[in-house]
Design a protein around this ligand. Structure first.
Ligand code: SAH
Length: 400
């Protein structure tokens, strides 16, 4: 008999190891038995077969990730105060970690790494964009929104819970203002001195790729005098960074007309030489071939494609796509030129990504040196016990 209290998920004896080692997820295959009838998102105790309670988590009846742990303290109350405390701690870590200038445009809450699985919160000036992707996060939506409003003093909390992964949790998409109202749903941020407008309501993800902040600064430092190609430019992040760094020309490609329109607006917001910027609405795969056939070459190529492999199951197809664009990039590079290439696919490890890029170089007949490995900015931390949290990796390569 279990003691009275919240429902319990009892693990299979041979499947306890992962949680004991600090992993925050319980997969359905690890569940031996469920005591009680927990609702979606309800708090459950997670216990070993021998009856030891390992922690408290949120129950997801529809997902293979059956429980996401909130805490390893069996007696902790999971209530609004708990979420307020977690949000406060997450924001305090950003204050300790980032330059003050970066705080108005940073990731405040990064899911598992901040003890809040399924919760992402990005700050853009006086708006916080909240994305909830798990049943547990959904259940505590109000408490989380209240805590973010109280801890940031931001006037608006805007929800962008429209990520596809919600479907797996049985959650419908939801977007719109949760707290305050948002005139026009546009925010304006400053990153390393460059101004960007962020379309909070319609932009991709939460509106801006904050994880690339420091990598954009790296590109800026490399761009002086270069002819730059920025493939998958979105709203112009790396393009403006390269122009600010003194690039001679920047050709930017994206398939999204809306992203390109905002990229041009962003360029106009800054005191940069617009005559050096060329924008093309194009499919990168086809356009790189066209550039190759036209004999165009560049000193610096940035490749920051979307997630080709959300999970390891998609890795093979993703590998072909990565190889294709990196091979073309090597061909477009002049001798001595630099390739700054990324993968944000959780299903492709850093090691695999480097192997794919290496084989692209071989097929392009290029010799290349690895100058640096890149990752997401530090407001997107990774827990050692949760390597799945590491998604963005990049390489800086020099073509000899
Ligand atoms: N580097 C950007 C973020 C890139 S996000 C930044 O720093 O902000 C990936 C971008 O790739 C998106 O803008 C998306 O519209 C674009 N995209 C996706 N598939 C594409 C394709 N086949 N060709 C061109 N652009 C594509």
């Amino acid at each position: 008999m279990e003691a009275a209290g919240p429902p319990a998920v009892i693990l299979n004896a041979e499947r306890e190891r992962s949680v004991l080692r600090g992993h925050p997820w319980v997969f359905s295959g690890a569940v031996g038995r469920v005591a009680g009838e927990p609702a979606s998102g309800e708090t459950v105790r997670v216990a070993t077969a021998a009856g030891e309670v390992l922690g408290l988590g949120a129950y997801s009846p529809r997902s293979q990730i059956r429980v996401r742990l909130w805490t390893r303290e069996p007696t902790r109350a999971i209530d609004a105060a708990f979420f307020h405390e977690r949000v406060r701690a997450a924001i305090a870590r950003r204050r300790a970690l980032l330059d003050a200038a970066a705080l108005p445009a940073c990731r405040l809450v990064h899911g598992e790494a901040d003890g809040l699985p399924g919760v992402v919160a990005d700050r853009y000036a006086d708006v916080v964009v909240l994305q909830l992707t798990s049943a547990g996060a959904e259940r505590w939506r109000d408490a989380i929104a209240d805590a973010l409003a109280a801890e940031t003093g931001c006037a608006g909390i805007y929800e962008r819970s429209d990520a596809e992964v919600r479907e797996i949790e049985g959650l419908a998409p939801r977007t719109g203002a949760i707290r305050g109202t948002l005139a026009g749903a546009m925010a304006e941020i400053v990153e390393h001195g460059i101004r960007y407008r962020v379309d909070v309501a319609h932009g991709q993800k939460t509106g801006f790729y904050l994880d690339q902040r420091d990598n954009r600064a790296r590109v800026r430092a490399l761009a002086r005098g270069c002819d730059v190609l920025n493939a998958f430019c979105y709203t112009g992040g790396f393009s403006l960074a390269a122009l600010a760094g003194g690039a001679r020309s920047v050709l930017s490609l994206d398939s999204s007309a809306a992203a390109l329109a905002l990229a041009r607006e962003n360029l106009a917001l800054n005191a940069l030489d617009a005559s050096r910027a060329e924008w093309a609405e194009a499919d990168v795969f086809a356009h790189l071939r066209g550039l190759r056939d036209a004999g165009r070459t560049f000193d610096l190529v940035v490749l920051d494609p979307p997630k080709f492999a959300p999970t390891a199951a998609h890795a093979a197809r993703a590998a072909r796509a990565y190889k294709d664009i990196n091979l073309l990039a090597f061909r477009l590079l002049r001798p001595g030129g630099l390739l700054v290439t990324f993968s944000c696919s959780g299903g492709v490890t850093a090691d695999l990504f480097q192997k794919i890029v290496a084989s692209a170089a071989v097929d392009a007949g290029a010799e290349a040196q690895l100058l640096a490995r890149l990752a997401a900015a530090p407001d997107h931390p990774v827990m050692l016990a949760f390597p799945e949290g590491e998604y963005l990796k990049g390489l800086i390569l020099k073509k000899l």
